[in-house]
Design a binder for this molecule. Structure first.
Ligand code: FES
Ligand code: FE2
Length: 444
């Protein structure tokens, strides 16, 4: 490793300095450490319960490069296993979803049931196995830890991490703000989209909470919003991701919370009447109270570190990040929706979702072009430091501000200011956590 990991962050609070070294994005040895300490060594999002709703449903995914499979057995119990046949190591389930009571390995047809237990070894009677064979486990190996927070499923390949509740901490409050939109919770709308970009995964982490880029990276989208505003009858897709009115409501305020363990959230005020929940607000208010209802109407860009992003605005998008190499990242995106949502509201939600997000949307391609440009550009020049992290620093508070207090959370850092401040200081608690974990410590 050419660097001490700590030297990748220039963090001098007394001087009002915070910078990130380009090798955090460019160095393959840093990437190898991230895989080991963040993706194999901690809690990582694996799937949503709505993808494995019925008995014998399964969902095969990869945590960075380790294939795992989430299964629901015949009694309704969920488990998460290494997707590896105990015979010679074949993938037992192909990537994706399915429903099977039994999984026969495609290679030599050893069979496990939907609880991961081996139920058959082909031609067992004639096998003449050595004495040791019978003492081996022939079923799927459970991952070291598996947890379910309100339908969001997380796994850890390492037995040494904290409980899922401890890991999520205050991030649970923001998951609640999503799940409580319906008395029956939320579901992934069928039809996820997966794409890759040739850049480091952390550009995606940073961009989702980067309000600063919105007006300059997405001008064609903003022009389109303007045109729609002049001919509103032509479309029912009206809302932008950061603002309700395509950048004109500059008096809006914004804020950010840096939570423990690298989770972070950026919020902005948005016109409540454009939110899909607005029509049914009285019932939601009764269930969650006035304060939480107000927070549900706010635009929230939320990272559950390291691989889950939930963007809440007129639509609700979930992204799952899978780093493939230091300069290659896969993203899978889904529309999230309240269970039992009226048909017309679901239709509007889907149109909003398709409009902005995904490779075919009006904004995601702009962003991915920026990530690839960043990856190339960061290698140039004699100054190794990225200036990201400085904006908003003078307003950054240690601990909770009034907005955090009304939600009852205890963040490491809170920021609040006009929308145009477009805080970037929220990167500081994220990268402090990143440095701690890459250096081998437990994060705070
Ligand atoms: S590798 Fe699975 S049965 Fe042989
Ligand atoms: Fe963007």
């Amino acid at each position: 490793m050419p660097h001490e990991v700590r030297s990748l962050i220039d963090d001098r609070p007394r001087d009002g300095a915070f910078r990130i070294h380009r090798d955090a994005y460019l160095d393959p040895s840093v990437f190898a450490l991230e895989r080991e300490r963040l993706f194999a060594g901690g809690w990582v999002y694996v799937g949503h319960e709505s993808q494995v709703r019925a008995p014998h449903d399964h969902l095969a995914v990869s945590l960075a490069d380790v294939p795992v499979v989430v299964m629901r057995d015949g009694d309704g119990r969920l488990g998460c296993f290494h997707n590896r046949c105990r015979h010679k190591g074949m993938l037992v389930c192909l990537p994706g979803r399915g429903n099977r009571r039994f999984h026969a390995c495609p290679y030599h047809a050893w069979v496990v049931d939907s609880g991961g237990r081996n139920v058959s070894i082909k031609d067992d009677e004639q096998a003449a196995y050595g004495a040791d064979f019978g003492s081996r486990c022939h079923g799927l190996e459970p991952v070291a830890a598996f947890g379910n927070y309100r339908g969001f499923l997380f796994a850890s390949l390492s037995a040494t991490t904290r409980t899922l509740d401890e890991y999520l901490g205050d991030a649970r409050v923001f998951i609640d703000l999503i799940v409580d939109q319906s008395p029956d919770g939320v579901e992934l709308v069928p039809g996820g989209v997966t794409y890759t970009f040739a850049a480091n995964w952390k550009h995606q982490i940073e961009n989702s909470i980067d309000a600063y880029h919105f007006t300059s990276t997405h001008p064609s989208y903003l022009r389109l919003l303007d045109r729609r505003a002049r001919a509103p009858q032509r479309t029912d897709v009206t809302a932008a991701v950061w603002q309700g009115d395509g950048g004109r409501e500059v008096e809006q305020s914004m804020g950010a919370f840096g939570l423990r363990n690298g989770h972070a959230l950026v919020w902005t005020d948005s016109p409540a009447e454009r939110h899909p929940l607005y029509a049914g607000r009285d019932a939601v208010r009764e269930r969650v109270g006035e304060t939480r209802l107000r927070w549900m109407f706010r635009t929230r860009q939320f990272n559950v570190f390291p691989n889950l992003q939930l963007a809440s605005n007129a639509a609700l998008q979930m992204r799952v990040i899978r780093p493939l190499a230091v300069d290659l990242t896969e993203v899978s995106a889904w529309c999230v929706a309240p269970v039992g949502e009226p048909r017309e509201a679901r239709r509007r939600r889907l149109r909003q979702f398709e409009d902005f997000f995904n490779p075919s949307g009006l904004a995601t391609p702009d962003d991915t072009v920026m990530y690839e440009g960043l990856q190339a550009g960061l290698a140039a020049g004699s100054d190794p430091w990225s200036q990201a992290g400085a904006r908003g620093l003078a307003h950054a508070l240690e601990g909770a501000d009034e907005h955090a207090r009304e939600l009852g959370i205890d963040p490491l850092q809170s920021v609040h200011g006009p929308f145009a401040m477009a805080d970037e200081s929220i990167l500081r608690p994220i990268y402090r956590n990143w440095v701690e974990r890459l250096s081998g410590g437990e994060s705070r």
